[in-house]
Design a binder for this molecule. Sequence first.
Ligand code: AMP
Ligand code: MG
Length: 358
Amino acid sequence: MDTKICDITKWNKETLAVLDEAGAILRDGGLVAFPTETVYGLGANALNAEAVSSIYTAKGRPSDNPLIVHISDIAQCEMLALTWPESADKLAAAFWPGPLTIVLPKKEGVPTVTTGGLSTVAIRMPDHRAALELIKKAGCPIAAPSANLSGKPSPTKGAHVIADMSGRIPMILVGDDCKVGIESTVLDLTDETPLILRPGILTPEAIAEVLGTPVSFDPALYSGKEWNEDPSTEASANDEILEKEKKCPAPKAPGMKYKHYAPKAEMIVLKGSADAVQQALKKLKEEREATGQKVGILFFLAGDFAQAAHDFFAKLRAFDEDGVDLILAVAMDEADSMGFAIMNRMLKSASYKVMQIK
Ligand code: AMP
Ligand code: MG
C-alpha cells in the first residue's frame, strides 16, 4: 500500500486541506496516523468495527488490547459512555483537552473490537490543534492506539511513525515532536474509588485534588516495583521475572500485560545511590565494550521528569538506529508520581531486567 506522508507542522490552508482529506479517509473506514500531545496515534472511526479491526492488523496488536477513543467535543461522550458520573464532569472540565483517559461503561453502539471485548470504553480529548481538527473533520470519535508496531517504543516524532507504518496505512500526518512524550494517564471511573490503570504525566495527586477523593494506582502497577526490591547485584534473569509476573495481580488495563516499548538492544535498569550507580555503569560499560559490544547510556537529569518523559521513547529509538547492543538505563525516583510513570515505561522496555546496586 502506498502511504501518503503529509507535513502539517504549519497551520495554514494546505494543512487544513490535508486534514480535510485525512478526515475523509477516516470517515470512509481508512487509517490515518496523526500527532497528539502525548504520542502519535493511529486512528480509525471508533464506531466502525471493520475500520478498527484494521488498526490491530496494521500494528500487529493483540485483539484483546483495547483502544482509546479520541474525541473533539465532550458531547461525543454521549454516544460512547453509558454513564457520565459527576467525577467525569469535573475531570473533563479540569484536564480536557489533555493527557487523561477516562474509562467508563460503554454504550451498546461502541463495537467490542474497539474495547478489546470489554464492556467499558476509554475516552480522551487530545490537547493538539491538528488532532482536534482532524476528529472534527472526520465527524466521528476516533479510536487510536499509539502509531507504532506492537511491542516497539511509542512514536513521538513523525520519523518514528514513518519507520513503523509506511506501506501499512494510507496516510501519515507529520507534525512537531510530541510535547508530553509518554502516553496518557488511564483512569478507571467504573468503581467507587477512581483507579489509575496506566500512570502518566498527569498524577494521582492532581486528579485527587480535583475530585476531592483519594485516587490509587492499580495494584498490578506495583508488581515491577516489588521485584526491584530484590537486593540482587546481578541483573535478574527474564525467566525468573516472568515467573514472578505470573504471581502478580492481573492488570485491569489489558494492554499493560503485553511486551511493551522494547528496543532492539538489550536493556538493563540500574538502581541505587547516584555514586554506586555511576561506578557500576562504568564497570559494566567497560566489560561489555571489551567484548566488542556497543553500549548506550540512558540518563536523565534527576527530578526533571517532564524532560525525561519528552525524550524517553525517542532516545530508545535513537539507540536502535545507532546499532547499540546494550542500553544501560539509570532509574528515576519512583516515589514521585511522574517518576513512577517514567519508570513504568523504563522497566517494561527493559523487560524488567534490573540491577540493584548496593
Ligand atoms: P495505547 O492505545 O497503546 O495507548 O494503549 C491503550 C491503553 O489503554 C492500554 O493499556 C489499554 O489496555 C488501556 N485501555 C483502553 N481501553 C480500556 C478499557 N476499556 N479498560 C481498561 N483499560 C483500557
Ligand atoms: Mg501503545
